[in-house]
Design a protein around this ligand. Structure first.
Ligand SMILES: N[C@@H](CCC(=O)N[C@@H](CS)C(=O)NCC(=O)O)C(=O)O
Length: 219
C-alpha cells in the first residue's frame, strides 16, 4: 500500500496525520502544497480543497479525523481505548477540538474584539477539558492515544503563542491541561511532526496577519 500525504507545513490538521503515521511507524511520502493557491492537480483530486489529503495507492482519504481512523486501522498499534464507550467518548472529544482550532484561528487573525471573543470561547472550552481530564499522563493513562495526537498541534501552537506573546493565553491555572500539554509536547513523535524552524514561520504568520495578537509579540 503506497501512502502519500498532501500537506501544508503550517497546517495543524496535516500535522495530526504525520504524528499518527510516525507513531505507527508507517512509510509515507509527503507532497507540500499551498492550499490558498493550490495547483490544478490538487483541485482535481480534493473534494474540499483542503489539506490534509492522504492518497492510498490511487484512492483519496480526506478529513484529518477520518484519516486518523484509517491510519489506526492499517497500523500495528490500536491507539484507541479497547472499551467501546471510552472509544466513542474519545472520538466525541476529538470532534470537540475542531471548534478550538476555529477559536485559535480567530485569535491569530482577528481584531481586538474578535480576539477577546475567541479567547473567552477558548477558555470556556479549556475549563470543560480541565473538568474531565484526570491525573494521568495522557488522556487515557500512560499510553499516547489518538485523542492526544489530535490535540497535539493545538498545544504546540498555544505554547508558541505563549512564548512569543508574553503568556497571553497562559493555561497554568488549568493544572491538568497544562501537565497534559507538557507531556504531549515532550514526545519525539510530536516534536518531529513539523519541519525545522516552523516556530519562526508561525511567528511570521502572526505578524503578517496583522491581527490584535500581532501587537502582543514581544521579540
Ligand atoms: N476539517 C478539516 C480542516 C482542514 C483545514 O482547515 N485545512 C486548511 C489548512 S490548515 C486548508 O486546507 N485550508 C484551505 C481552504 O480551506 O481552502 C480537517 O480536519 O482535515
Amino acid at each position: 500500500m503506497k501512502l502519500e500525504l498532501i500537506s501544508f507545513k503550517l497546517c495543524p490538521f496535516a500535522q495530526r496525520t504525520v504524528i499518527l503515521l510516525n507513531a505507527q511507524k508507517l512509510d509515507f511520502e509527503t507532497t507540500y502544497i499551498n492550499p490558498m493557491d493550490p495547483p490544478d492537480w490538487f483541485k482535481e483530486i480534493s473534494p474540499t480543497g483542503q489539506v490534509p489529503l492522504l492518497k492510498v495507492d490511487d484512492k483519496i482519504v480526506f478529513e484529518s479525523s477520518v484519516i486518523g481512523e484509517f491510519v489506526n486501522d492499517i497500523g500495528a498499534l490500536d491507539l484507541h481505548p479497547k472499551d467501546v464507550v471510552k472509544k466513542a467518548n474519545n472520538r466525541s472529544w476529538i470532534a470537540f477540538y475542531g471548534t478550538m482550532f476555529d477559536d485559535l484561528f480567530n485569535l491569530v487573525t482577528g481584531d481586538e474584539e474578535k480576539f477577546n471573543t475567541a479567547k473567552i470561547n477558548l477558555f470556556e472550552k479549556f475549563a470543560k477539558l480541565e473538568a474531565i481530564k484526570n491525573q494521568e499522563k495522557f488522556f487515557n493513562g500512560n499510553e499516547f492515544n489518538m485523542i492526544d495526537a489530535a490535540i497535539a498541534p493545538f498545544f504546540m501552537r498555544l505554547a508558541w503563542i505563549n512564548e512569543f506573546c508574553d503568556n497571553a493565553l497562559s493555561i497554568t491555572k488549568f493544572k491538568h491541561l497544562s501537565a497534559w500539554s507538557e507531556a504531549v509536547l515532550a514526545l519525539d513523535v510530536v516534536k518531529n511532526s513539523v519541519v525545522d524552524g516552523l516556530d519562526d514561520v508561525y511567528y511570521s504568520n502572526i505578524e503578517a496577519r496583522e491581527g490584535y495578537l500581532s501587537t502582543l509579540l514581544i521579540e
